[in-house]
Design a binder for this molecule. Structure first.
Ligand code: FAD
Ligand code: DLZ
Ligand code: SF4
Length: 511
């Protein structure tokens, strides 16, 4: 009597818990299904990347001696859902007496799988996902009794527990956090380094054509390609980053530049989140670069913090707070997304850059996600649910467990400050400081009102003014409210009029 072991598209690790006791006679099921490909209209490149990585992983498992049932999207008998495919596999292989699956990364699918015990003819074993550094039970214990969940304290605990960047009881380099060194603007004379952007192999090219034919109305471009789809390819991308790019990661972590989608970012989230790379292994390799004198501490600590800090922390928040978290809207924002979130066609250069590269590459780096599109959505009062759906579908690394807390918690402050102690709202001045976007923009970043004024400027003050009631009690907002109260009333009125005209016209240009 064997076991049916279902592996999902973001569980492509040989050591995923559903496989850790596999024996001869078991059957591993991997299925491309329309339900997963269309529950939001994912970027075409995200679907193509994942299907190609799933097909390569099936080959990897077969080469290691496993029996694998791989169901393609265009299989005429494809049932269209994971449950349907599990049921079909059981029907065609009556010797299989149990289903084993590692819990999925999204609430919606976990809810569905919990019904499988009643709907499938054999017992279903739903296992914890052990590929994370902090078990969910540990996060829950950490969170218990706390009113606010500050990432920094969580992160220090993870450093202590893992020993990463620790010298005994002390943080390596004498400080826990080197963020103050990581906010440099890119000098004009400096260009971002060339990146490792793999071409599509024959298997991937076949999947690209399938996606082109089956999902023509989904967001985004399939070319240029640029993702590895095998474990070896992902490891090569990791090594390229660790050896060639990591030293500059810290200094330029917040910088943005025209025509430069990648800067010094790792481009590894897409591989980590689907299981091709192991987060702890990457952190150990990054630490070794500092210990051996090849990368500075601000780069290595900053990079490791994103992975063992932010990544683990947002996952903990997601599972602690779902399903209510997806409905949070503390600032009562209800505006629909303007069309340019899909087309990238806007005179706001910063938005055109961030959205344009998102269409092309299914990628934007953190500051673009947080301080350009996220900041715009926050200060324009866009509906959190619509913004969440946008972020979930446009990025190749997006799964709800990581995307939703970043969107509702970090970018939109929709959770009332559970994650971020104050909203990440900023005027055009911030974008001008951290990028060269404003020099090529149709708007004037120094103007606060009028048809040429940067929309981020009047939207920022309008956001602060209209959310006074919700935000004024926050001590970190005190200086900002003092500044608002010092504004000349006539100037504030013009600012609010321009903001209102912009918002009422569907976030379009003032005439
Ligand atoms: P790097 O800048 O090189 O960072 C290194 C690694 O740290 C990343 O690969 C990632 O694994 C991790 N990391 C960094 N920041 C975060 C963070 N805030 N939360 C979790 N992990 C982090 N990240 C996703 O993986 N999937 C998402 O769907 C996603 N949606 C986001 C939505 C918004 C509104 C915001 C503000 C951030 C979002 N992020 C998301 C976090 C972050 O922007 C991406 O992880 C990062 O841009 C991925 O690019 P990179 O691999 O080059 O990252
Ligand atoms: C994102 C995605 C897509 C596009 N397609 C599939 C698929 O066909 N089969 C599959 O097993 N997984 C897919 N996924 C990933 C799942 O949506 C993901 O496992 C859940 O959202 C939980 O994180
Ligand atoms: Fe963006 Fe304003 Fe700068 Fe234009 S002027 S790029 S809209 S911040």
């Amino acid at each position: 009597m064997g076991v049916l072991r279902l592996v999902l598209g973001d569980q492509l690790s040989p050591d995923v818990s559903s496989l850790n006791d596999a024996v001869a006679g078991d059957l591993i099921l991997i299925a491309e299904v329309s339900e997963e490909a269309t529950y939001v209209r994912h970027h075409k490149k995200k679907i193509a990347f994942l299907f190609a990585a799933m097909r390569h992983f099936a080959e990897e498992l077969r080469a290691a001696g496993n029996a694998v049932r791989y169901v393609r999207l265009d299989d005429p008998a494809n049932q269209g859902s994971l449950r349907g495919e599990a049921a079909r596999a059981l029907e065609e292989n009556p010797e299989l007496a149990q289903v084993v699956v590692t819990k999925p990364g999204e609430w919606r699918l976990l809810q569905d799988m919990e019904t499988w015990r009643d709907l499938l003819p054999v017992p279903v074993d739903l296992r914890e996902d052990t590929r994370f550094i902090v078990p969910l039970a540990d996060f829950q214990a950490w969170a218990k009794g706390r009113k606010q969940f500050r990432m920094e304290f969580f992160y220090r605990d993870v450093r202590r527990k893992t020993g990463l960047l620790m010298d005994g009881e002390e943080p390596a380099g004498g400080q826990w956090n080197f963020d103050r060194d990581n906010r440099k603007r890119l000098p004009k004379s400096m260009v971002a380094p060339p990146r490792f952007l793999p071409e599509a192999d024959a298997l991937t090219q076949e999947v690209i054509e399938l996606v082109r034919a089956r999902f023509p109305d989904h967001f985004g471009d399939l070319e240029p390609w640029g993702f590895a789809t095998t474990r070896l390819g992902a490891e090569a991308a990791r090594d390229h980053f660790i050896h060639k790019i990591l030293p500059g990661f810290g200094d330029w972590q917040d910088a943005m530049a025209k025509g430069e989608p990648w800067m010094w970012h790792s481009l590894l989230s897409v591989y980590i989140n689907c299981g091709l790379l192991d987060p702890m292994d990457i952190c150990r390799r990054a630490e070794a670069e500092w210990r051996e004198g090849r990368a500075p501490i601000n780069a290595v600590e900053g990079f490791i913090r994103q992975i063992i800090g932010w990544r683990e922390y947002v996952r903990g928040i997601y599972w602690l707070k779902m399903p209510a978290y997806a409905k949070t809207n503390t600032l009562n924002a209800h505006r629909p997304l303007p069309d340019y979130f899909w087309t990238g066609e806007t005179d706001m250069r910063c938005m055109a850059e961030a959205i344009g590269q998102t269409r092309r590459h299914a990628y934007a780096h953190h500051i673009q996600r947080l301080m350009v599109t996220g900041n715009f959505a926050l200060i324009a009062g866009l509906e959190p649910a619509a913004v969440h759906e946008w972020y979930l579908l446009v990025y190749a690394d997006a799964y709800e467990w990581v995307e939703l807390p970043n969107t509702h918690g970090m970018a939109l402050h929709a959770d009332g400050g559970l994650m971020a102690s104050k909203p990440y709202a900023a005027s055009g001045n911030y974008i001008n400081k951290m990028s060269d976007y404003c020099s090529g923009c149709g708007y004037d970043v120094t103007a606060k009102t009028g048809p040429k004024a940067c929309p981020f400027n009047y939207l920022y003050w309008d956001f602060i003014a209209r959310n006074r009631e919700a935000l004024t009690g926050n001590p970190r907002m005190a200086l900002i409210y003092k500044a608002l109260d010092r504004l000349d009333p006539a100037a504030l009125e013009s600012i609010r009029e321009d903001a209102s005209a912009f918002l009422e016209s569907g976030c379009a240009k003032l005439s």
